[in-house]
Design a protein around this ligand. Structure first.
Ligand code: MF3
Ligand code: CO
Ligand code: CO
Length: 269
């Protein structure tokens, strides 16, 4: 298989799916408070996606080769959890940081996006990790234009994150997305400029860096999904689904509540 190029009507489908995924995060935002369980957030998301949006939560029962079926509708990764955290009954507490990752399928198209939330009042260090990771994602997005290469994206993210004293997770990456949840290409969050696949208008893929406050090494929990930092340091992640346009990029996972781009992003790219 190779990288799929989306037609104008495919892109319409991707825009809708992307907006819906982002709107799930908008809806959840007010519920991310001390005392709420991630299980409750999952219930709210499942209800909204299936009943309000008439869409499908892509994670539910998702079973890549070598995995057990994913049991919930969203991923919730708390503190030293890097990604793929499974919602559970434990209440969130003041100062926790949580990544909520939402993927919806609408009319056969996938939209995939995640944000960090600080529960109550976060420490300076936790908030800094979340902000730097957000900026790292955007450093990658800003590289997206025809003729650029995937290595440009990875390098922009890695060089920025490491300059702040943080580390980049290597084992998980962004991915092509469309009628499949995960398709080609792999979008590494580290690398060298001018290497790997050249970007072409109509490509759609995610950029979703996982950045650790400590060392980059990971460990998988016994549930078959949850990935944590080996040194138990905090980890953050943000994710957008993006389209390569004729002149640059379009972020497809946009909604009323999407945080604005950092100041270093010039309008109209
Ligand atoms: N949404 C994740 C990603 O960004 C994938 C989660 S797979 C799941 O690629 F099964 F855990 F949901
Ligand atoms: Co993704
Ligand atoms: Co995701």
């Amino acid at each position: 298989m190779s990288i799929t190029i989306k037609s104008p009507s495919d892109i319409e489908g991707m825009r809708t799916a992307g907006r819906l995924a982002s709107e799930v995060l908008d809806m959840l935002a007010a519920h991310v408070v001390p005392g709420v369980s991630t299980e409750r957030l999952d219930q709210l998301a499942h209800q909204h996606i299936t009943q309000v949006q008439q869409a499908i939560p892509a994670p539910l029962n998702y079973t890549p080769p070598g995995y057990v079926p994913y049991p919930k509708s969203i991923c919730t990764s708390v503190n030293h959890q890097i990604c793929h955290g499974i919602p559970n009954e434990r209440p969130l507490k003041n100062g926790d940081i949580v990544n909520i990752d939402v993927t919806v399928i609408k009319d056969g198209w996938h939209g995939d996006t995640s944000r960090m939330f600080v529960v109550g009042e976060g420490s300076i260090a936790a908030k800094r990790l979340c902000t730097i990771t957000y900026d790292a994602m955007w450093r990658g997005i800003a590289k997206v234009k025809p003729g650029a290469r995937l290595g440009d994206i990875g390098h922009a993210i890695q060089s920025f994150a490491e300059a702040q004293g943080f580390s980049v997770v290597r084992e998980f990456c962004g991915h092509g997305i469309g009628q499949k949840f995960h398709e080609e290409p792999q979008v590494l969050h580290y690398g060298r400029p001018g290497t790997l696949e050249e970007l072409v208008p109509g490509m759609t893929f995610t950029i979703e860096p996982m950045i650790n406050a400590g060392r980059r090494e990971i460990r998988e929990l016994g549930d078959g999904w949850t990935i944590v930092t080996k040194d138990r340091s905090l980890s953050a992640q943000w994710e957008h689904t993006v389209l390569v346009t004729d002149t640059g990029f379009e972020v497809l996972t946009l909604s009323a509540g999407t945080p604005p781009p950092p100041a270093f992003i010039s309008p109209g790219n």
